[in-house]
Design a protein around this ligand. Structure first.
Ligand code: ADP
Ligand code: ASP
Ligand code: MG
Length: 818
């Protein structure tokens, strides 16, 4: 025989219940002997509690809530019960609701709710559910019987969480089942005391009912049917990539459910464990899934860490003082107090110095526990033995559970590294003496990040998720999205890297989703469902999402995001950007960002600031990190200026070249932004700072190629007129150079701690002499590359090439984050 149990999540609607009926029918057809335990319909227990509170507070809206509950049950009943004796069954339900209505009227008048009355009220949820389902089964011609467990399960009078009297109950259950051969449709959760008053077994207690009856009847297996694929490595509502477990031990399941895995009620394990009966957790909506088996520890099934659970909200009591050292009496007093006040302790730690004890309790017990302990220890406080008793709120517990953790070295190291790398602060740590779990108390705001980071580290060792936030979707941003799209599959398959675009923004709209944004469709999604763009909001939401392995990509050419870089890095989010603004502000600003990124263990990469996709900055970094001292830097760092002078040969006039370049889109909209040399100077500044030197833009001497007369506020047409007038000046320079066998180049140079960007002439022995097209080039002279400098040369401009560079930096960050 098997005992099946279906939870509220499986019986939320007529459609869902039909699936349950299919499962039962299937067993029946295959002649598998079963009996089935039911919880109340989805959410009904919560609604009944709510209803009783409203009634005693004399909120008349309780009548409407009651009516909703009645309608819900009657609708399900109507859809599923079709047999000829329907009228009698309908009357049964109506009587039920009349009884319920009477209890509530009583509460309304008395304005008082005792745990005894509440249990009696709540029992209606399970009784209605099991009754309706038994009638629905009869409508399918399945011979069954409704069993109200208040008749056979006997408990003490601890209403709300009653303890079963196992001797009497065992006898009752055995006697009952001897007499009743049909499929029993059993109420979960409810029982009665020796006076026949209804009791309940604690929230989620239907699992326990199933385990209890199953173990008394010594069934082959207990199946707990719910709405997920068994027990997963973490709560699937909190961790997207949670994986179903094939098997766990009773202790592991107990530990996971103790720390919040609601999928099974902790005490459920005990009766099954005592009789060595297997429990299988199955999914009503995916019956073909074999489920997670809960069994005794066996050789041959091995997982070092099985799952991660969390208690989302706790209060931590911290008791400190020298009196705690070696004084068991005080410790005993603390625990006696908590036991007397019926306060459940979720976690306990004692510092190795024994100067403090931390106790985690549920928030509802926080104040009570604090007051009670202060009262119990008032003498010790007076004596100064106890210095402080404080309660800290808004905390959570994450617990990593697994039988074999004790044999595996380094798990706690992995846990702390994963949390540390993601900036999650550990407030307290406890490792049970059984070493079955490691639990950490952390800030509630960091729970989601912690769960995901731990899950990735412990279970997805072969797949890592990275979350991208991209602002600025102009030419560069668009190309970047395309790169991400085109490489996604390759990265997933070959490198086990999962890239997710979580946030995007352009100057008009922004969108931040916890789900991945479909980048094929970004424009539509942004236009239709985005909010008005607001960088402050974007950054705030991004940091509040608090996702592990986040990368912020600034593809704007403006200053908007720069003031937030510090906050972003401080929130353990890496940055990559082609935007030069942050790095060319005062040195102190640049330095601060570098320091924050080191302190926070994240990366701030801007390889595309100089030479787009060319590895210029990264090479300088590598050289510096390898201990090289950079002696001299020389380069052509502007694609536009490179083009202009590489092509300034023959009879062509300089102004004509500028015009052609502008027409071909090789210049900025206003060519003066190229000709004034400022952009080149900024790039040089970044390179110098990258060598480890403190340097400011003012220290760079810049030759401005825009004729003096054209520097004011004048139109582009006028600019070209003035440039034409200046043609002879450029021509003269060219001829002068030519006479010595040289050519003109606009070169940025750093040498002898001085920097300049200017038009110079170079001879054929110089590496810049033969430059072509709009290539960039940099010559790096170091101690080891002193006679022949290290040359990096290639295409160094264009949106696509820049996007390629940003993508490469993103992958660098990923390999750094590991
Ligand atoms: P039922 O109504 O069937 O008793 P519950 O809501 O009590 O269902 O428990 C099932 C829920 O437990 C799932 O929907 C899931 O969100 C949650 N849960 C939490 N932790 C885990 C875990 N580690 N594995 C599976 N489910 C979990
Ligand atoms: N219906 C009860 C509850 O919601 C028991 C159960 O679901 O197991 O707590
Ligand atoms: Mg449950």
């Amino acid at each position: 025989m098997k005992i099946l149990k279906f939870g509220g999540t499986s019986v939320g609607s007529a459609e869902r219940i039909s699936k349950v009926l299919d499962i039962i029918e299937n067993y029946h057809k295959n002649s598998v002997k079963i009996s089935v335990v039911f919880s109340a319909f989805d959410n009904i227990t919560d609604q009944l509690i709510d209803l009783s509170k409203k009634a005693i507070e004399r909120e008349n809206s309780y009548l409407a809530t009651l009516q909703n509950i009645r309608i819900k049950h009657l609708e399900i009943f109507d859809k599923l019960v079709t047999h000829s004796n329907k009228n009698a069954a309908t009357k049964e339900i109506t009587d039920h609701f009349d009884g319920l209505s009477d209890i509530l009227k009583g509460l309304y008048l008395l304005k008082e709710l005792t745990p005894r009355i509440l249990d009696s009220l709540l029992s209606n949820g399970e009784r209605l559910a099991a009754f309706i389902i038994s009638e629905a089964l009869k409508s399918r011609n399945i011979d069954c019987e409704y069993l109200n467990t208040t008749k056979i399960i006997k408990t003490d009078s601890n209403f709300g969480s009653a303890h079963v009297d196992i001797d009497i109950t065992t006898k009752n259950v055995i006697d009952y089942f001897k007499e009743h051969d049909k499929i029993q449709i059993i109420t979960g959760f409810i029982a009665s005391n020796k006076d026949g008053e209804i009791t309940t077994l604690g929230r989620g207690g239907s699992d326990f009912t199933a385990s209890l009856i199953g173990s008394i009847l010594e069934v082959d297996e207990i199946e707990i049917w719910t709405d997920v694929n068994g027990i997963l490595t973490a709560d699937p509502r909190k961790v997207d990539d949670a994986i179903s477990l094939r098997a766990v031990t009773y202790q592991e399941a107990m530990e996971m459910s103790h720390f919040g895995a609601k999928v099974i009620y902790p005490s459920t394990m005990q009766p099954a464990f005592d009789k060595n009966i297997k429990i299988r957790i199955r999914n009503t909506f995916q019956p073909e899934f074999k489920g997670t088996l809960i069994l005794k520890k066996q050789d041959g099934i091995k997982f070092t860490a099985k799952g991660i659970s969390s208690v989302d909200a706790i209060t931590l009591l911290r008791i400190s003082g020298s009196g705690l050292v070696g004084n068991e009496k005080i410790t005993a007093k603390i625990f006696d107090t908590l036991v007397n006040k019926k306060i459940n302790t979720l976690l306990l730690t004692q510092g190795s110095s024994e100067l403090s004890i931390c106790i985690a309790v549920l928030p509802k017990d926080g104040k009570r526990a604090e007051t009670a302990i202060k009262e119990a220890l008032r003498l010790e406080i007076f004596d100064g033995q106890i210095r402080e008793i404080e309660a800290e709120e808004n905390l959570s517990i994450v617990a990593i559970v697994g039988e074999d953790m004790k044999h595996t070295k380094g798990i706690s190291g992995k846990v702390f590294t994963a949390l540390g790398n993601n900036g999650v602060n550990i407030v307290a740590i406890a490792q049970g003496s059984s070493e079955l779990n490691i639990s950490c108390v952390i800030k509630k705001s960091e729970l989601s990040k912690a769960l995901n980071a731990l899950h990735d580290t412990l279970f997805l060792t072969d797949r890592k998720v990275y979350n991208l936030f991209i602002v600025g979707i102009g030419l560069v941003g668009k190309s970047l999205l395309k790169y991400i799209h085109d490489n996604k599959e390759f990265l997933r398959k070959e490198k086990s890297i999962e890239l997710r675009v979580i946030g995007i923004a352009n100057s008009r709209k922004m969108l931040l989703e916890l789900e991945t944004i479909d980048i094929d469709n970004w424009k539509n999604i942004l236009d239709n469902s985005g909010q008005i763009s607001d960088i402050q909001k974007f950054v705030t939401e991004m940091t509040e999402l608090n996702l592990a392995n986040s990368i912020f990509i600034d593809c704007t050419a403006t200053e908007v995001a720069v003031p937030y870089y510090e906050k972003i890095l401080s929130s353990n989010i890496s940055i990559t950007t082609p935007n030069k603004i942050a790095n060319t502000k005062k040195y102190s600003f640049y330095k601060q960002l570098q320091e924050t990124s080191i302190k926070k263990n994240v990366k701030f990469l801007y390889g595309t600031n100089v030479g787009a996709g060319l590895p210029i900055i990264s090479t300088i970094r590598d050289l510096v990190n390898a201990g090289e001292r950079i002696i001299k830097l020389e380069g052509i760092l502007s694609g536009t200026l490179s083009y202009l002078f590489n092509n300034f040969t023959g009879n062509i006039k300089f102004s004509e070249l500028v015009k052609t370049a502008k027409e071909n889109g090789f210049t900025e909209p206003d060519p003066r932004d190229d000709l004034n040399g400022l952009d080149v100077a900024r790039k040089m500044l970044i390179l110098i700072r990258e060598t480890g030197r403190e340097f400011e833009l003012e220290n760079i001497e810049i030759e401005n190629l825009v004729p003096q007369k054209a520097r004011g506020n004048i139109s582009i047409d006028k600019l070209f007129k003035i440039l034409e007038e200046a043609d002879n000046v450029f021509e003269e320079k060219k001829q002068l150079a030519k006479k010595d066998g040289k050519v003109l180049r606009y070169v940025a140079k750093f040498e002898n701690e001085k920097a300049e960007v200017k038009l110079v002439s170079v001879d054929s022995s110089h590496p810049f002499y033969n430059l072509k097209g709009n290539d960039n080039i940099v010559a790096i002279t170091t101690q080891n590359y002193s006679n022949q400098p290290l040359i990096i040369r290639g295409r160094g401009a264009g949106a696509e090439f820049t996007a390629y560079g940003i993508f490469a930096d993103t992958l660098r960050i990923i390999s750094y984050l590991g």
